[in-house]
Design a protein around this ligand. Structure first.
Ligand SMILES: [Zn+2]
Length: 70
């Protein structure tokens, strides 16, 4: 993220032994970029296959577009 929201939220969560979940994406120019992960859950919990990751393209706190987006 190009804003400071994630860092600020992580600083607050750290005092509660937590942090925001993040994932990595490979960009078109083969760079690695960090994205905030959204929580997902299985519809049918009996199926073993994991649910694909969903990442945020915009900061959920201030709406700033994530860096590296075309
Ligand atoms: Zn932000």
């Amino acid at each position: 993220m190009s804003c400071e929201c994630m860092k600020q939220v992580n600083e607050k969560l750290a005092s509660h032994n937590g942090r925001l979940a993040t994932g990595f994406q490979i960009s078109a120019d083969m760079g690695i970029r960090m994205r905030l992960l959204l929580a997902t859950e299985k519809l049918d919990k009996k199926k073993r296959k994991p649910v694909p990751s969903v990442t945020a393209s915009y900061c959920p706190f201030c709406g700033t577009k994530a860096e590296g987006q075309a």
